[in-house]
Design a protein around this ligand. Sequence first.
Ligand code: TYM
Length: 323
Amino acid sequence: MARILTGIQSSGIPHLGNALGAIEPGIELSQKAGNESFFFIADLHSLTSVKDADKRKESVYAVAAAWLALGFDVENNYFYRQSDIPEVTELTWYLSCFTPYPMLANAHSFKDKSDRLSDVNAGLFTYPVLMASDILLYDADEVPVGKDQKQHLEMTRDMASALNHRVGEEVLKLPEAVIRESVKTVPGTDGQKMSKSYGNTIDIFASAKALKKQVMGIVTDSTPLEEPKNPDTCNVFALYQLLANESQIEEMRANYLGGNYGYGHAKKALLELIMERYGDAREKYQMLIENPQQIEDYLLAGAEKVRPIAREVLNRVRGSLGF
Ligand code: TYM
């Protein structure tokens, strides 16, 4: 039996990268007999970038609706909003006192964000400590994430080890990252990692028109229609490969190599595949998002269920530190 845990920031509507990199692998793990899953919406983390209260709240419901629409069984697992469990911020403080400053200063995601953003706040700097707290507060065993979170998981283990070492007992459990090789970095419409902050997402829950626009806007080279094309350097093919089955992939590869097959055709096929795969989820998402009270009820019930577990772990840490 394993305890699975993962979170998504409430900074917009989850995109294809979130779905393939974290949500779907998480749901699959949650369906394995004996596993119990803790999936949450990281709204405290999103405050590092989203300062507008209404926008953040809306995003909480969007992320929750995505988990539900993609099939997470909230009744038999744990589903909650990070900010409903204040224990997480207290543990963050204890962990931060075991976190060397250079570890945070060298975090890739901090360096990347501090190079790009105008608002480089202290929350952005201590972000990995809050994330470690999210994980350690529930004795998680496995954390399904995309590759961009790998270093954060290593830091989480380092923080837990440092505290355990200092108090001389295993107060905190060391978690493992679970990164699925094929979807560790889902590319965006420009070939870079798909990310809201790069504006290159495929928004699987957007309107059909907006989704079509994004897929048709995938960057390709200018090889003429009649010439053969290289599937292995094409952004459309890279995404197609992540969603299609073996025979569809082989057929598409042959189309590329055969010539007289344009990127427009490939984009249309990709769009069809997305619609086929996510059609039901898109409908469910729409229904859920129109009923935020139902989502709110799930989240509040989830917080009630999860809080005693957080309390117990926090008390263990407090005791070990002499508080
Ligand atoms: P966030 O909200 O940026 O992304 C949520 C999850 O989606 C994955 N992901 C991707 N995977 C593959 N390809 C992509 N292009 C792609 N884009 C995003 C991310 O790796 C992540 O798994 N810090 C986290 C949220 C968090 C968390 C946690 C995660 C807070 N506390 C505790 C796990 C455990 C984040 O910003 O993810």
